[in-house]
Design a protein around this ligand. Sequence first.
Ligand SMILES: Nc1nc2c(ncn2[C@@H]2O[C@H](COP(=O)(O)O[C@H]3[C@@H](O)[C@H](n4cnc5c(=O)[nH]c(N)nc54)O[C@@H]3COP(=O)(O)O)[C@@H](O)[C@H]2O)c(=O)[nH]1
Length: 773
Amino acid sequence: MAQENSLTAAQAGLLTSGKTLAEELERINQLDHLSKDDQLHLSGDWVQTLVNHVSDYVYVKDRRHRFVAANHQVAFDLGFHEPTQVIGKTDIELHLPDTGSKFAAAEVAIMASKEASIDYEEKLILANGKRRWLSSSKFPVLNDQNEVVGIVGISRDITERKKSDLLQQGQNKVLQEIANAKPLQDVLETLVLTIESQMDGVVGSVMLVTENGKNLQAAVAPNLPSEYVDLCDGLPVGPKVGSCGTAVYRRESVFVENIHEDELWEDFREAVSRFEMRSCWSVPFFGKDTQVLGTFGLYSNEVRSPTEHEKKLAVEAARLASIAVERERAEKEIRFLASHDVLTGLPNRHDFKAKLAEKIECSRKTGDPVAVLFVDLDNFKFVNDSFGHAIGDRVLTIVAERILSVHDRRHQSIRFGGDEFVLIVEGKDADKPALIDLMARLKNEITKTIRIGDLSFHVTCSIGAACHPLDAENAEQLLKNADKAMFEAKSQGRDGYKVFENTRPGTSVNRLTLLEDMRSGIAKGEFHLKYQPQYDLFTGRIVGAEALARWQHPVLGELMPEQFIPLAEDSGLIVPLGRWVLFEACRQNREWQREGLVPITIGVNVSARQFRDVGLITDVRETLGRTGLAANYLELEVTESLLMQNADQAVRLMDDFRKIGLKLAIDDFGTGFSSLIALKSFPLTRLKIDQSFIRDLETDENDRSIARAIISLGRELGLNVVAEGVETAKQQAFLASCKCETVQGFHFGRPMSAEKLGKLLGMSLTTINARFG
Ligand SMILES: Nc1nc2c(ncn2[C@@H]2O[C@H](COP(=O)(O)O[C@H]3[C@@H](O)[C@H](n4cnc5c(=O)[nH]c(N)nc54)O[C@@H]3COP(=O)(O)O)[C@@H](O)[C@H]2O)c(=O)[nH]1
């Protein structure tokens, strides 16, 4: 008995601590002396005692779900004082309808199956709106006939654990969504819902700060009334703009306990009076650069401050919001960088064809034309070489800005490559007359003076346009044709514009094809030289000839330098082509000499790209060596602008050429910007007056003055002066009156074959010099 009693007592939790085993046994032995009544109490009520003191809910319900027995915890949490107050009632009567029905449904299933349900989760919302999660185990109670008479159950409140799980899951979900690059809205919504799951009667929102830092924009507020969200959207940031606007302004958390009384809400009190929220707590969040990105707001329907736990949650939420926003911005930045040119900020050629194809598709439906404009800066390398890449970059930025200003950003402008820009023009502006007007405006704007620091200069450009459906069916063709038109504009002397003309189908010039043709054409010997004679104006003798390249294209026929030299210069092919010209001109000149003809100087044009090529001096030396031509019969013609690109280097190279004994002529003199001081330092032998001053000599007094000045300047500097482009006897007479020594032009002879010039050189002076009579 003592044994039984001791077990019963131990089970009832009466084994007291701090006693030795012997003492305990002695104490239990004494229980024998208890009264029968006490013994009854101890043996019967221990269950009741236990049940009433556990924090779990313990209950028995009959077949109709009415409480038959319940412990104190059930009664208290349902708002009663005594368990007897719940007896006879059902969950549907005791809980909100939804919660009550869910309990009943689960118990119906247990009774029907006669199977216990162990440790399953139940969620309930209490009458005060608070949420609870229970872990319940319910057992069917069977009578002797094995019929269900009710259930007995025990439920444990696992709300805290559940919230902690939900928080953990929510945080993981947010981080996963960030890692998976989910849209920002989705991530922020998960975040808000996660935080809301932790608090009763509280809803959240995320407001973002606009790019200019001056306003708030509602990002997400899934459980706030949409009218309220609309009210907040666009609010300014300021010292007294509710909780959020002020938190951003102060760059610190703002916890407003009562929005109906706090002065920060004074200006919005009336507007928010129709909504339920009573307090608002806002925690701003920051980017890595310490700039405020937005704020995490919590609204409670009670007048109160947040608990310490709630504050921590809001701060954690703000931290996650900042990660999400920063990630989104970084991604936007990456996307922007992938599709835009960093220097000018314009879209780059990425996706260009797809975009153009889309516009063409659209134009097919609407019937409106689409045009492509190809803008290419002329001699942009000159800018880079002369002023350095930093200035070159600045020029490109200025050009991009100018392009945008011309059409007021109405058309998509793309930086297509180094110094190439492409515009997609839509609607009425894509009609040909409007296109021409647009190109003229673009050209005028781009060529305006550029001022960077102390520098002041111009860049010119060549523009081509092609239009869908007139000139091309698809995006690729449209771009190609605009490029061709641009190339035509370049070929016609640069600084111009051209609309595509499909006059010679199959034979029109395509830059890329032409480039390939040129590469193979050099190897196949498709190039030849023509020679234009230069005469001594007083003796009538041929004293020199200028070698001028021609290309016998297998399909296009004979091409003039203007049709291929710019492309050769841009592509670098001018170096091998120039090497061939140099060799051929020297070889031919030496051959005339071997034939016993009067020795003359042969002039060879050298472009800027060749001049920069470190191998030029070696090429010249080798050419002279291989052909056997004496250096004083070779003259290199360089342009004024070429010399000025890098005057110091030019002087050094020219000195080297002079040391070999070469002659050096400055071509197109008068069109560039060489200063007289610079001119003095170049070891030149000859000035060639540009054709543009000769053309109008008869009518233009200014041109006459310039020509006269150049001739006298040359004389002063001890240089021979050649007037080129002489077409009339009057021009010849004027030049003679100025004592210009040498002339070249159609009036005396067009560029001709080597054979023809050889014959001229072999003729007697009287025959050939009729014009000098
Ligand atoms: N780097 C290289 N440039 C070259 C080479 N071969 C030619 N060129 C350059 O191409 C430009 C055009 O040359 P071309 O079409 O041959 O024209 C020359 C003459 O035909 C023309 N000319 C001569 N006299 C007259 C005239 O009385 N009237 C008139 N309208 N044109 C005339 O002028 C061109 C020669 O000019 P210039 O070179 O300035 O002396 C030309 O600029 C060549 O430089 C090459 O191999 N490499």
